[in-house]
Design a binder for this molecule. Structure first.
Ligand code: PHE
Length: 444
């Protein structure tokens, strides 16, 4: 490794970058369609419980491990444990490449929709979604988005990632709060709140929904694939990691909840509620543009543009954290310059996105593989590593947080609660995902 390890330039800078990683398409695109599909507030409650009981301890574990090892995932397990754990670092790099490959495609849709919104959505926009989401154009927008992501990551930890997050996160917060306030003024929007905030527990008490909620909790918090570990590796020893983890999780949950307060009243105010449950992956891109078309005029354009601009901003600050996992590992392994690592790996990942850009079916299955196998599996292994293998993680976590009294609880939950919940969830998630792959391969 050459030179000194890069560092965040300030505490708020780090927190904004980590919140930027967490807050993204997961909070808006995934959260709203899953909530619509699985019983509104009951699903939200389940997601909340899993985020706090399982996601949060793992978030702290990643930050502690990263800060202790001061290295990318590829070396972190080796440095803090044994050789046997090295493959987990490799899995994290593979997860990063896989998730970013299709995340960039969806982000490309949002870039395109932000542009179309400015010109004004027309009434047929919903029918064109499948054409727009698949094929050469979709790849073109994915390419544009990826170029932007690569450019920021090539700028470095504090000069690129931190700077982008510091600029973009306040904009995102303003956009999402403004949109939620606007949505509250719409006549007829209250049916949307009812739909969102009513709890239908008959939906959530099945193992399948538990899997979805766990996958969503991990995806949204960016845990289970080393993104937070990598960000933690640029930290000094003066950070109160439990407090900062709590802050990151709270911001992530807050934005997801606010996004629901935007999406549901908008859809219901315009009487498009029947369209909510009909589609899954495309929900946000089918129903909402139709809503904006219905609004018409300048209002429809402005609100539509601001909504998709918020999505682009959120997606960008998340995508850079995904790419950073891969880039920092390549720098550690091969001693490449950051610029070279960012452009070479970024271009390879862009190409890896070709199948997802050409087929919604592929994108859906890759998303399932990433969530159900990589993130949940990666989280399970991480809890075992930090809970049972790593030498005295409590002492490491305590640095900078001497007066915090919850470390015992944290360790116990990493040792017992988190693995038990994850094994239970994976028991359903693995066969389901393998079936989805088999169906895709057999053309079903
Ligand atoms: N948390 C991001 C989102 O909600 C996605 C992400 C997952 C980013 C995993 C990094 C790691 O959109």
């Amino acid at each position: 490794m050459s030179g000194e390890r890069e560092r965040w330039s300030s505490r708020p800078g780090f927190i904004l970058a980590a919140v930027g990683s967490a807050v993204g398409l997961g909070n808006m695109w995934r959260f709203s369609y899953l909530t619509a599909e699985h019983g509104g507030a009951a699903f939200v409650a389940l997601y909340l419980v899993l985020t706090l009981l399982v996601g949060l301890p793992l978030l702290l574990a990643e930050l502690v491990l990263g800060r202790t090892a001061q290295s990318s995932p590829i070396r972190a397990f080796l440095r803090s444990g044994s050789k046997a754990w090295r493959p987990l670092g490799v899995l994290y790099v593979i997860s990063g490449c896989t998730i970013l490959s299709y995340y960039g495609v969806i982000a490309g849709w949002t870039v395109r929709y932000a542009g179309i919104a400015l010109l004004g959505f027309d009434a047929e926009i919903a029918d064109r979604f499948e054409d727009m989401a698949q094929g050469g154009d979709a790849f073109g927008f994915h390419l544009v988005f990826m170029a932007l992501t690569i450019w920021i990551v090539a700028g470095g930890v504090s000069g690129g990632i931190e700077r982008a997050a510091t600029l973009l996160m306040p904009i995102l917060a303003l956009l999402i709060c403004g949109l939620a306030l606007y949505a509250a003024t719409l006549e007829g929007g209250s049916a949307g709140y009812d739909y969102y905030l009513r709890a239908d527990f008959s939906e959530v008490l099945s193992r399948g929904v538990l899997t979805q909620a766990a996958g969503q909790a991990f995806f949204s918090l960016s845990v289970g694939m080393g993104a937070m570990l990598t960000f933690g590796s640029y930290l000094g020893r003066d950070h109160h990691l439990p407090k900062e983890s709590g802050l990151i999780a709270a911001a992530d949950i807050g934005v997801a909840f606010l996004a629901g307060l935007v999406v549901f009243p908008l859809i219901f105010a315009l009487g498009l509620s029947d369209k909510v449950t009909g589609s899954t992956v495309g929900a946000l891109f089918i129903t909402l543009p139709q809503t904006f078309a219905e609004m018409g005029g300048v209002v429809g354009r402005v609100v539509g543009f601001l909504f998709f601009a918020a999505l682009v901003v959120g997606a960008l600050t998340s995508a850079i954290s995904l790419l950073e996992v891969v880039v920092s590992s390549v720098i550690d392994l091969f001693d490449w310059s950051r610029t070279r690592a960012a452009w070479v790996m970024g271009c390879l990942i862009t190409l890896l996105g070709v199948p997802s850009a050409w087929s919604l079916g592929v994108l859906d299955v890759v998303d399932q593989v990433a969530n159900n196998l990589f993130l949940l599996g990666g989280g399970l292994l991480l809890s075992i590593f930090v809970g049972w293998v790593m030498r005295d993680p409590e002492a490491e976590a305590r640095v900078g947080a001497e007066r915090f009294s919850g470390f015992g609880l944290w360790r116990v939950s990493l040792r017992f609660l988190v693995p038990v919940v994850l094994v239970f969830v994976l028991y359903d998630a693995v066969p389901k995902t393998l079936r989805a792959i088999a169906e895709l391969v057999s053309g079903g």
